[in-house]
Design a protein around this ligand. Sequence first.
Ligand SMILES: [Zn+2]
Length: 82
Amino acid sequence: MKYLMNYFSLPFMRNEISFCFYAEKKSRMGKYHVIHTKPCELLPEKPSRIKMGFFENFEEVEKAGRKQFGEVRFCSFCCDFS
Ligand SMILES: [Zn+2]
C-alpha cells in the first residue's frame, strides 16, 4: 500500500493529476482535523468525513482546510511527502 501511494503521489506532485480530498469531521484532541485523499485506507466512513473536493496541490488543500476547520494536518499514511 505504501508503495502504491508513493507511486500515485509522484504524478500528483507534478500537477498532472488531482485527487479528491476528505477531512475528518471530528478533530483530533480538539485541535486539528486530519485530511485524507480518496484511496486512503484510514479514511473514515461517509458520516464521519467531509468532502473537500479536488485540488491540484497540497498548498491549496491546506489553505481551504484552514479556512474551513481552523487547524489541519495531512494524514501521514496517504499524504506522506517526505
Ligand atoms: Zn489518509
